[in-house]
Each structure stands twice: as C-alpha cells, then as structure tokens.
Design a binder for this molecule. Structure first.
Ligand code: GUN
Length: 295
C-alpha cells in the first residue's frame, strides 16, 4: 500500500469564505426593511448549548445579521416554550428561528419544533423542510449536513473530481445529521450506505467507502486501519475528553497516511455548521422578502 500525505480539510477557511458572501449579501439589505434577523431559543443551562449559541450569535454579529437570544429557565413549561416560539413565528421582523437542542427532557421536542414556520426554519429540522429534501424540492437544508456538502465539494474539486458515483458511507441516522446527510449525498449522485449502532460489520462498511461521514456520537469509533486508502473522511463528532481536549468520532492519528483528506476536530465541521446557519438565515430573508434566493 502506498502511503500518502493526509490533507486536513480546513473548515475554518472554507467557513470564512461562506461568511464573507453572507456579509456582502447582508450589506445589500440596507434600506430594504433592515438586515436579515435570526432568533435563537435556548432552554436551560446545557453548557455545550451555551457555547454553541454564543458562537452563532457572534457569527451573526460579524456578518451583519440581527440576532437575538430568547433564554428560558430549565424549569420552563411546555406552554411557556411554545408561547415563545409562537410569538417569534408571528413576528414579521424575524426571518429565522432556531431552537437549540437538546431541550430539557420534560419538554416535547417535536411539538416545539413543529411551531417553527417552514419559511423561518433555518435549521431545516421541520417536517416540511425534511420532506422537501426527500422530494427533491427547494427548501432550507439542515446546517450540519449542508455544511458537510460544502466541505466535500471543496475536497473533491481540489482533486478535479466530484461526488458522482462515489461510494459514501454515513455513520449515524439522526434526524438532524445522518438522514439529511444521506439524502444530500444521494442528490449529488453518490452511492449511499447508512450505518448505525445495529450495523453488523462497521469496519467492512468503512473499508468499502470512498467517502465516510462519521456522525455516530461515539468518540474514536472509526479506526484509521478500517479506511480504504484514499478515502475522504468527514468527522462530525465532537467530544470533550477528561484532559479537556476535544476529539471526534474518528481516530484521526491512525488515519494518517491512509485517508486522502480528513476534517480536524475542532476546526472542521463545527465552523461550517455555523456558516451554513448564517447562509440559511440570509436565504430565508431573501425568500421571505420576495426576491430570488441565490445566496
Ligand atoms: N444541537 C446540536 N447541534 C445543533 C444544531 O445544529 N442546531 C440546533 N438547533 N441544536 C443543535
């Protein structure tokens, strides 16, 4: 087997390009009803959610999106959270609504997400947004999978290739990453397999794939030795280890010299998720205000 240098896919740099386009598009909103606006609903004190929301608000401020955080106590009732989302849904000045997950366990997530109008569903988690993806219709796409597609497009374009006909393995079948990820890869003409916690032989599935998207939520689940030489690997996982450092779903060190390219953790998928949220918010504002959506 020939050893090859494994390229790091620079999510931060690619996200910066997307954010710059968003910034330019936001500037075009001056005098046209104000900048695009994003409302973030956060319930409780989940420390990771607090960090993620801070990152989203910071990115919004940088590109010129007017963002607001609507924080409720961990003890908030279903009725209180629903009232908050209903008010934002009815507010014509709000272009995008994001309910940060996970919600405290006593709340009914589906009922709350169901109150986000499809034209403001910048997270792409709603039933109609997901249905549009299944049906191949236009709509707002879930931020993490859409961001991964941007990373893959960059990685393949750099090789003079595309995803067409490639064997893609998605590990994980969640509503917010695995399932929409598989559909986006399918729309790009990849041959798609979805593996999950009950899959019989994950190593064999990984070994057959040209593209691996690891979104299982299990630290270092994917071993580098399992990879086919030359595979492109996207690591969606992010986990904090006991020593405070971060790691993903892929054991990156053991992938060195086997994978053609891999996303680092941190600095890979995370920044792209946030940049894609900004792009979705601008797109929602353009669509809601009746102009063409070519952001
Ligand atoms: N929790 C973890 N990731 C996400 C995300 O992309 N959006 C929301 N709303 N919550 C999350």
């Amino acid at each position: 087997m020939t050893q090859q240098q494994t390229e790091r896919i620079d999510g931060k740099a690619i996200a910066a390009e997307v954010l710059e386009i968003c910034r330019q598009r936001c500037a075009e909103f001056k005098g046209r009803g104000g900048p695009p606006s994003l409302a973030v609903v956060r319930v409780g004190e989940d420390p990771a959610s607090r960090v993620y929301v801070r990152g989203k608000l910071r990115a919004a401020a940088k590109v010129g999106i007017q963002a607001s955080e609507h924080h409720l106590e961990a003890t908030a009732t279903q009725q209180e959270v629903e009232a908050t989302v209903r008010a934002l849904a009815a507010d014509d000045a709000v272009d995008g609504i994001l309910v940060q997950l996970p919600l405290p366990r006593h709340l009914h997530e589906g009922a709350i997400l169901g109150l986000v109008p499809t034209d403001k569903d910048v997270d792409g988690f709603g039933v109609e947004s997901l249905g549009a993806l299944v049906a191949g219709l236009p709509g707002l796409r879930a931020c993490t999978p859409a961001g991964v597609m941007t990373l893959l497009d960059h990685a393949f374009a750099a090789r003079g290739e595309t995803l067409r006909g490639k064997r893609a393995l998605v590990i994980g079948r969640s509503r917010i990453v695995g399932k929409p990820m598989a559909l986006l890869l399918l729309a790009a003409d990849a041959t798609v397999t979805i593996a999950h916690s009950k899959s019989a032989d994950l190593a064999a599935e990984v070994g057959r794939a040209d593209v691996v998207v690891a979104a299982a939520g299990v630290p270092h689940l994917v071993r580098g030795e399992w990879l086919a030489p030359g595979a492109v690997v996207i690591d969606v996982g992010i986990h904090r280890r006991d020593d405070g450092s971060l790691c993903g779903d892929v054991d990156t060190d053991s992938a060195e010299g086997i994978a053609a390219a891999i996303t680092p953790v941190p600095g890979g998928v995370g920044p792209m998720t946030i940049a894609t949220l900004m792009r979705n918010t601008v797109e929602a504002a353009v669509r809601r205000r009746g102009e063409s959506a070519d952001v």
